[in-house]
Design a binder for this molecule. Sequence first.
Ligand SMILES: Cc1cc2nc3c(=O)[nH]c(=O)nc-3n(C[C@H](O)[C@H](O)[C@H](O)COP(=O)(O)O)c2cc1C
Length: 189
Amino acid sequence: MIVGSVREGRFGPVVARWMSEQVERHGAFEVDVIDLAEAELPLELTAVPPAMDPGMNRPEGMSDLTRRLDEAEAFIIVTPDYNRSFPASLKAAIDWHFTQWDAKAIGFVGYSGASGGVLAIEALRQVFNELNAHTVRNYVSFPRYYLLFDDDGELRRPEEPAIAAREMLDQLQWWANALTAARAARAAA
Ligand SMILES: Cc1cc2nc3c(=O)[nH]c(=O)nc-3n(C[C@H](O)[C@H](O)[C@H](O)COP(=O)(O)O)c2cc1C
């Protein structure tokens, strides 16, 4: 699970904690929560893009992120809407990598003001198409999240979001299994 925002005072970790609980309850996945705020993510990319040079030299402070992305069999991306799209931190993390996303399943949890992260999610679908990743249909969205979570970071009415999370995770599991088998077959060919 990737926490996409790195802003001071961000809400992302609260949403990620809730989603981690849903993943544990679902039972199909072992979750590793990746906080992009802990990674070095410069905007200046290398001359040769990662698609053409998968083993490229990356900044030392990115190595932990790269290793964990490599190891993941599927991703959940926790993202707010920033100006009708996703945060630049997330774009940098995506653009510094290529094989790490290739033929993997991706699910989304969005939150923000009126749009609930859906605009970021839709923009990310387009980006992940280019990386040959598969984004699953269902998602979890928290419009006006500040009305939905209390001061302790707990959902006031958790039932419907829990169902949305379970449905998204069922789809993620199906695609993760299919794509993990497909990647193994590709590697063996
Ligand atoms: C730069 C910026 C742009 C934003 N743009 C939108 C937006 O287009 N739509 C929306 O509903 N909320 C928008 N918001 C509100 C954020 O979704 C809200 O502040 C959320 O808490 C941001 O996630 P974070 O706390 O994890 O950084 C924006 C916030 C920021 C900081």
